[in-house]
Write a protein of this length. Structure first.
Length: 329
């Protein structure tokens, strides 16, 4: 695959027409920016893939990488969720590579923490077969684990496809963390000042998706109060008004607590999945027995799902979601 092919596969979706319109100044600016990024990452991809290849050779104790004996499904960018099962005559190598990771940079032995179980095995299964897919390794802060013909694939190795899968910590997403602080802060303030039914106090770094609903209910109630008038008497209410306004100005328009809660959780998930694996990409959960499920990432489906909040949670600042329930079986 040449550089132009990689550019078109990786960046075409960012242009309104599906390709750069040279008569559009914005498209031209984006084109030059992406071309620069691609030229810089070409060296990294080539070097990284070489590391993966050497790791496979070392793990198998051979002088050449054997081909997988079968062809495996690949749905391409924007496709639907699908499963594959590693065939029996490929399982021996799959097993040998499943827990293998490349060495740390500059080292000949040992493993890097940046590569999890199944990643190199999946790289081998597709890249060294007649599946018609070119697989590149994409290690980096904002890069998915692998690129299948330029389409991002984030690889996980949880013990079941039907359980919750971690998306990683969101501490770097300052805006989302600030919004959560406001939402749950208002909830705590109402609890401290109010009487009657006790409101649950929630920590922004540990909560269930459903916990966002009653907290958003308090935000909506605050928005119905004339905070500007109260602020003229009590300056504290000026701060509260700014915080309430920040929630409504940042999230999409919502009129119910559940809708606002879903939009907040969707914003958090989008921040992660929008980068890794990226729009139109996949999250692949791979098992030692060779069963692999590729979840097609559709962020609009997340937002509209009635089951989303029930299958989303945060624990110790790390997000988790049940992909099986959201993206289908």
């Amino acid at each position: 695959m040449d550089v132009l092919d990689k550019f078109l596969k990786k960046y075409s979706y960012k242009f309104d027409k599906g390709y750069p319109d040279m008569g559009n100044p914005k498209d031209k600016e984006m084109l030059f920016e992406f071309a620069y990024k691609l030229s810089e990452t070409e060296k990294i991809i080539k070097e990284s893939s070489d590391v993966y290849d050497k790791t496979i050779l070392r793990a198998l104790g051979t002088d050449s990488i054997p081909q997988s004996k079968n062809k495996y499904q690949w749905n391409g960018k924007g496709g639907s969720t699908f499963d594959i099962q590693v065939k029996q005559d490929d399982m021996d190598i799959w097993n040998k590579l499943f827990e293998v990771a490349p060495p740390k940079k500059g080292k000949e032995e040992g493993q890097t923490k940046g590569v999890g179980n199944g990643e190199i095995a999946l790289y081998w299964l597709y890249n060294f077969s007649n599946s018609g897919v070119n697989v590149d390794e994409g290690r980096g802060d904002d890069a998915p684990d692998l690129f299948f013909d330029g389409v991002g694939v984030e690889v996980k190795a949880y013990s079941s496809h039907k359980g919750k899968i971690g998306l990683g910590r969101f501490g770097a997403d300052k805006e989302n963390l600030q919004l959560l602080g406001i939402i749950f802060g208002i909830n705590a303030l109402v609890k401290a000042l109010g009487e009657g039914e006790e409101l649950k106090t929630i920590n922004p770094t540990n909560f269930k998706g459903s916990d966002l609903i009653p907290a958003m209910e308090q935000v909506l109630k605050m928005s119905d109060i004339d905070l500007a008038q109260l602020a003229s008497i009590y300056p504290l209410f000026n701060t509260i008004k700014k915080n309430v306004d920040a929630v409504f100005n940042t999230l999409e328009d919502f009129s119910t607590a559940e809708e606002g809660a879903r939009f907040m959780a969707h914003k958090m998930v989008s921040s992660k999945l929008g980068r890794k694996p990226g729009p139109g990409g996949y999250l692949a959960n791979v098992l030692p027995n060779g069963n692999c499920k590729f979840y097609a990432i559709d962020l609009e489906k997340v937002k509209s799902s009635d089951d989303f909040l029930k299958n989303f949670s945060v624990a110790q600042s790390s997000m988790g979601m049940n992909f099986f329930k959201i993206f289908g079986s």
